[in-house]
Design a protein around this ligand. Structure first.
Ligand code: ZN
Length: 237
């Protein structure tokens, strides 16, 4: 009997070892899967970031003097930093204060928008994000809104994810993403989202949008939405 007990103990000890061995295999597969997944998640993905306005076209002006083109560029560069760190390839439509129009063009707005379209077409991106600040005659209007072109499911999905991250992480009132009839959304067939980050016509929101702390939180939320968008997209392949 003693011998049999010993054998039983040995067997149950072996069962334990076998179980631990299998758990280790499963865990290592799980983690190697995660690593492989996140690498393939970022590799080869190109995002065009478009800072709205520039040069002669300052965009809206805030109640306390915020110039839209300047704050758009600040947000765009902060988002670029995060995306590049994560391994995405980022192409900017503008890197500095200058507009993209030709100085000799009679219609500078058209010249500027065509140059942005050309960059998008040449880049062949997986996603286009355009950054703007909103303005309205009613100073109480506030909050961030994400826009996508009509009848484009991929753009809507991405806009929904970014909007929902903004609603969760920022103090802005909860909004729903909307169809937007903007040139930058309609000029190509690439997945595109235009983000109106908030209202610089609202004195409190203008101060908030200009604070480094809020900008970082805002950019983190946009980044989270983009990660989710590509995560979903890649698991579906
Ligand atoms: Zn704008």
């Amino acid at each position: 009997m003693k011998h049999l007990d010993g054998l039983k103990k040995l067997l149950s000890a072996n069962k334990c070892l076998i179980a631990i061995f299998f758990i280790m295999i499963i865990v290592s597969f799980y983690f190697s899967g995660i690593v492989a997944y996140s690498v393939s998640n970022y590799n080869g993905i190109t995002i065009v970031l478009d800072a709205g306005h520039g040069g002669r076209d300052g965009g809206s002006v805030g109640v306390n003097g915020t110039i839209e083109k300047e704050i758009n560029l600040k947000y765009t560069l902060a988002l670029k930093e995060k995306l590049v760190q994560a391994g995405y390839r980022v192409v900017l439509t503008r890197k500095n204060d200058d507009g993209l129009y030709s100085e000799i063009a009679s219609n500078k707005k058209m010249s500027d928008m065509t140059a942005r379209y050309n960059i998008i077409e040449k880049t062949n991106p997986n996603l286009v994000i355009s950054i703007h600040m909103n303005s309205f005659s009613l100073p109480s209007a506030k909050g961030a809104s994400c826009y996508y072109r009509a009848n484009d499911e991929a753009s809507k999905t991405c806009a929904d994810l970014i909007q929902s991250a903004l609603n969760t992480y920022c103090e802005a009132p909860s909004n729903q993403s909307k169809v937007g009839d903007y040139y930058i959304l309609n000029c190509s067939y690439y997945t595109s989202v235009l983000i109106e980050c908030g209202f610089i016509s609202n004195p409190e929101e203008e101060i908030l949008l200009n604070s480094e702390e809020y900008m970082n939180r805002f950019i983190d939320a946009v980044y989270a939405g983009i990660l989710l968008y590509f995560g979903n997209s890649y698991t579906n392949i």
